[in-house]
Design a protein around this ligand. Structure first.
Ligand code: FES
Length: 380
């Protein structure tokens, strides 16, 4: 048994879970960008395994019947799917609030208009930096930065809501003030300033991405100042890096509680990184109705609620607030998905994590292992 062997607790008794609020529909893992912190699984699903248009339309109907309110079309890059407009229209007709999570580099003016016409309500565009040289080096895609700015203007011209998602790390944090300005100039309603989370592919690039503590403190100051100054103009969400946290994040609002993912091939996952936990078995929408999977899925039930918790989580006063933090991070760092998330100060691994972050950040490695279908290419 190696360090990362799966230590499975008995599945929680299948109590009736609350109704899910939102689903992340990962239409494809194909993507023109090669970000070193990609949140897709290490093993990407091939295009030949993707659900068909008819499969997705059936699933969208089941989502609406289940009471899901929002569908976030994601990837990879969802714009590589030729049926994206049809799927958005289907979801809109089913009464779901529709959001497109995209790098925007494949947008055309006509496609933005078609999506608006199909009922798309919201677009979330990723930013890799505030300047083309930085952003395009991180995304591994030349010409992408100007395209994002142009596409964001088309989104706003069509009257759709716009969120910008800026993933921050040691190699782009000095551009944060300009990213905030860009969000205002681009007419975004919301900016997510999210430090990289280190599981899956991002873990391979941790040494090149981890911020120093001084950078983190400065980023927090910049965000807090901007939140106060831009109140009523731009909402700014802020996610700090787990390795410097004191309390763990309430990952996914709690495992199997409000959100779930559907992978390109139809696997129902509690979160985007759940496949990094070896030994879990995921049900597929190809094999069972969604309502049944939501209730009975062994993987969803495994860490639902608080019954699975060990100490110190079990007796913690925050157990019902953060639900023990992130299971994927607990598995990645402690080798046990039921362990206390090492981001929590109560974890025996917390101090070690904090000093590891500082040491990696100070060492200053800067080469990326890029994410792509050929299995990751080191920066030349
Ligand atoms: Fe899987 Fe946090 S990313 S539980």
């Amino acid at each position: 048994m190696d360090d990362h062997a799966f230590a499975a607790p008995a599945p929680a008794a299948p109590t009736a879970p609350a109704l899910p609020m939102a689903v992340l529909a990962e239409l494809t893992h194909r993507c023109p960008l090669q970000c070193p912190y990609c949140s897709n699984p290490v093993e990407l699903e091939a295009a030949s395994r993707e659900l068909s248009t008819e499969d997705w339309q059936r699933v969208i109907g089941e989502l609406a019947a289940l009471g899901v309110l929002q569908i976030h079309f994601s990837g990879g890059e969802p714009l590589v799917r030729r049926d994206l407009v049809a799927l958005v229209a289907h979801a809109d007709r089913a009464g779901l609030y529709t959001n497109l999570i995209t790098s925007a580099v494949m947008f055309t003016r006509a496609k933005v208009a078609e999506l608006a016409e199909a009922g798309l309500a919201h677009v979330q565009v990723s930013l890799q930096g505030a300047s083309a040289p930085v952003a395009e080096r991180i995304g591994g895609f030349r010409g992408g930065h100007a395209k994002k700015i142009e596409a964001a203007a088309w989104v706003r011209a069509e009257g759709m809501a716009l969120t910008l998602n800026a993933v921050m790390h040691r190699q782009n944090l000095d551009e944060l003030p300009r990213i905030v300005e860009m969000a205002v100039e681009m007419g975004a309603q919301r900016l997510e300033v999210a430090h990289v989370q280190y599981y899956g592919w991002a873990l391979k690039n941790r040494a090149a991405l981890m911020p120093t503590l001084a950078q983190l403190d400065e980023a927090t100051r910049i965000v807090e100042e901007a939140q106060a100054r831009l109140s009523g103009v731009l909402a700014i969400d802020y996610v700090i890096p787990d390795y410097y946290a004191v309390r763990p994040k309430t990952c996914m609002g709690g495992w199997g509680r409000q959100f779930f993912n559907i992978s390109p091939s139809g696997k129902v996952l509690p979160c985007h990184a759940a496949e990094t936990i070896t030994g879990l078995r995921f049900d597929s929408v190809r094999e069972a109705p969604l309502a049944e999977i939501w209730q009975r899925s062994e993987a969803l039930n495994l860490y639902r609620g608080t019954g699975w918790m060990q100490e110190p989580c079990r007796s913690c006063i925050h157990a019902e607030e953060d639900f023990g933090g992130c299971r994927c991070q607990a598995f990645a760092l402690a080798g046990d998905a039921a362990a206390t998330d090492p981001a929590c100060a109560k974890s025996p691994l917390h101090a070690q994590l904090f000093s590891l972050a500082g040491a990696e950040a100070e060492a200053g490695a800067d080469r990326f292992l890029y994410r792509n279908f050929s299995g990751g290419t080191p920066e030349g």
